[in-house]
Design a protein around this ligand. Structure first.
Ligand code: IDC
Length: 356
């Protein structure tokens, strides 16, 4: 038994993961770059709200093994709602849960996007005090890790929530994080439910006229392909020519995250994001009844994370994460760098070995 475990440990150490290959991220120009200053694209999944489908439900040791080693996800977005039974109802409990999820994703070599999922009310300033408290706790706990990305507001929306209003918020919360974790990449949601205003007030030009004045900032964009189509595709293309953009949420469905999938339309976004190395996380890794949730209803309680239990959208997005395989650029161009190909060893061996 001891020999088997030692072998597992050795293989684990030898194994390349997205985080071991790319290290501390930074923003260079309009791109997300790795520790060698080379542009990279990260692809992965967003959780559903962790107050409903979090740790012990749809996020378990096994489901995260599947996401990291079978889906070969580079990144997990942890969606912490503020309202709707989220952070504001139990700050300590949700901070602990986010810490746990960060640690679990980190053990599996994934990046973690910490999503402050404000949604209703749509003005992020409403939750500023809670955001300061939450990000202070998270940054203090994880500042020495290289794999944390912060998103300070999921989807600003509603009347009067224009870019200036978001910038007022961002200018207050970003220094709080930077004073603790100075080199972290920080994402900021854009007006109109992260659409640069396509579905809200103002436009991309408002951001271009008055961009944030910090290093390592990216702007977020969300789309639901069946609903949002050409208008969104075009703005994503224009925005990413001029600003660092991270697509932190999208689906093949209607904007409800439900209804029919339009995979042909979604593929056009996927192609654009591939071509421009725009990183993405897709909504969502749960067994919610809606068509945009990857797993069939009942999967999380069953604990069987087999591909036969994926909904159509889940099977489709797994394929988009897995293929093409990651080919992260290394520091050496003559290159004996081995591209990450997923883990070859049995998962129970790893988990067991780590306890020793
Ligand atoms: C939806 C969930 C749904 C939940 C609702 C609650 O799919 O189960 O009841 O949130 O607010 C977003 C939001 C995201 C939405 C998603 C789909 O960021 O929270 O999830 N969506 O409607 N923006 C556009 C779509």
């Amino acid at each position: 038994l001891f020999i088997l475990q030692s072998t597992a440990i050795t293989q684990l150490w030898a194994q390349q993961t997205p985080v071991s290959q790319n290290g501390q991220l930074k923003v260079c120009g309009t791109q997300l770059c790795n520790q060698y200053n080379k542009p990279i694209q990260l692809r992965g999944m967003s959780t559903h709200g962790i107050q409903w489908y979090g740790w012990g439900k749809c996020l378990t040791e096994n489901s995260l093994d599947v996401l990291a080693y079978d889906w070969e996800a580079d990144i997990l977005r942890v969606s912490l709602y503020v309202q709707e039974g989220g952070y504001e109802t139990d700050p300590v409990g949700f901070t602990n849960q986010v810490n746990r999820l960060i640690n679990e994703a980190s053990e599996r070599g994934m990046y973690v996007l910490v999503d402050w999922h404000q949604l209703n009310p749509g003005d992020p300033n409403y939750n500023l005090a809670n955001a300061k408290q939450f990000f202070t706790a998270i940054a203090n706990q994880h500042k020495d890790k290289v794999n944390i990305i912060y998103d300070v507001c999921n989807e600003p929306n509603g009347s009067g929530v224009n870019w200036n209003r978001i910038k007022t918020y961002a200018d207050q919360i970003i220094p709080v994080i930077k004073s603790i974790d100075n080199d972290a990449v920080i994402l900021v949601g854009t007006q109109g439910w992260a659409s640069f205003g396509v579905s809200g007030e103002g436009s991309l030009q408002d951001v271009l006229n008055n961009p944030l004045q910090f290093d390592n900032i990216m702007y977020t964009f969300h789309f639901y392909a069946k609903s949002h189509r050409e208008a969104y595709l075009s703005v994503l293309d224009q925005a990413s020519d001029q600003l660092p953009v991270f697509v932190t949420e999208f689906g093949s469905q209607e904007y409800t995250g439900d209804g029919p999938n339009d995979f042909a339309m979604t593929q056009r976004f996927i192609d654009l994001m591939r071509q421009k190395k725009i990183s993405w996380t897709s909504w969502n890794y749960s067994d919610d009844f809606r068509s945009g949730a990857a797993w069939q209803t009942g999967t999380c309680a069953s604990g069987f994370w087999d591909t036969s239990r994926l909904k159509e959208a889940g099977l489709w997005i797994r394929d988009k994460i897995k293929f093409p395989a990651d080919d992260f650029p290394g520091g050496d161009t003559s290159s004996d760098q081995t591209p990450y190909k997923g883990t070859p060893i049995s998962i129970p061996g790893i988990v067991e070995a780590e306890n020793y």
